[in-house]
Design a protein around this ligand. Structure first.
Ligand SMILES: [Zn+2]
Ligand SMILES: [Zn+2]
Length: 327
């Protein structure tokens, strides 16, 4: 197999040939068809997330074909198309796993962080954490659903049932979520960095009601806002944009510090929440919703050997939608 490997924090990924891995009990091996690039991959290679497995193959938005099946796996067969996401394993016994909150598991394993991921021709995954994608014909289009879509879905559920939804940071997650919101009949208000007219135009093309700068006051009070940009400074901007009792949901795994702000911004029973990881139930639910909602992803394709370029382009926001590596 071929893989792009992180050997040290902050260093470029290195192309490597490795022996094909063999699936252990409960595991499957995938021939990777596509793996989308996520901002979390940048946080991993930059060292914003502590203690990654090293050396590491990043990538946690994987679509592939099962090409080997380990002992005891009955739910998946060779030839099946499946998706693999960030949550790669949970303990099944801790307080959170017991309580229907496996996204908060005390002893989780994460794909492309604490186990090898999909910037490779092949990857192993636990069969219980590989989701059938029989209804998805285009692996490139489906790959960004596996994190941007799933985490976005969880964030939207945490935002509540409000009509007017603000999305801060129009990257891969927001461009999927905008479509889901419109399908649900909600109104989307898109906030980008100042002067990012391509992103604002992209938001309007996705039928956002309004697009503007995160410094701007939206034309209406929002019921909820979801912050996808990893910028803590957006919290005191989003809080006054939501109505009393409204929610601001931080959708990223890492964020720069939230600056001090006056209590009046939170007053009025406004709520500030974070979203952590996903559950398998989230994945199954969203993968059923996405085709019904007619979600279409905007993608830019990279060869496996160009994974460093894909990460660099994400860092500076060189494309709309999602970057996808196709080995
Ligand atoms: Zn657990
Ligand atoms: Zn991700």
């Amino acid at each position: 197999m071929k893989a792009m490997v992180l050997h040290a924090i902050g260093q470029p990924l290195v192309p490597e040939d490795r022996p094909d891995p063999l699936p252990g009990p409960g595991e499957v091996r995938l021939r990777v068809e596509a793996c989308a690039v996520c901002r979390t991959d940048l946080h991993v290679v930059d060292g914003d997330l502590s203690s990654p497995k090293l050396p590491l193959v990043p990538g946690h938005e994987i679509v592939g074909i099962v090409d080997a099946v380990g002992a005891g796996v009955t739910a998946l067969v060779e030839g099946a198309r499946v998706g693999v996401a960030w949550l790669g394993h949970t303990c099944g016994t801790c307080y959170f796993c017991d309580g229907d909150a496996e996204n908060l598991c005390d002893a989780p394993v994460f794909t492309g962080y604490t186990r090898d991921g999909g910037f490779a021709t092949h990857v192993l995954a636990e069969a219980d954490f590989a989701y059938p994608l029989s209804g998805f014909d285009d692996p490139v289009a489906a790959a960004p659903l596996m994190c941007a879509g799933l985490i976005g879905w969880r964030a939207l559920r945490m935002a509540g049932d409000g009509q007017r939804i603000g999305l801060y940071g129009l990257g891969a997650a927001a461009h999927i979520l905008a479509q889901v919101c419109r399908w649900q009949g909600r109104d989307v208000y898109a906030f980008t960095s100042r002067g990012d007219t391509p992103a604002q135009a992209h938001a309007l093309s996705l039928d956002a009601r309004w697009a503007g700068s995160s410094d701007d006051k939206p034309p209406v009070e929002l019921d909820a806002a979801i912050i996808f940009a990893p910028v803590g400074g957006l919290v005191p901007k989003a809080l006054p944009a939501v109505r009393k009792g409204g929610r601001v949901v931080c959708g990223g795994i890492h964020m720069s510090d939230i600056p001090q702000f006056r209590y009046g911004l939170l007053w009025g029973e406004r709520q500030l929440l974070s979203v952590a990881n996903l559950t398998r139930a989230d994945a199954l639910e969203f993968l059923a919703v996405a085709p019904q909602a007619g979600v279409k992803t905007t993608t830019r394709v990279y060869a496996l050997g160009d994974a460093n370029q894909a990460l660099a382009d994400l860092r500076v926001g060189r494309y709309q939608g999602a970057g996808v590596i196709v080995p």
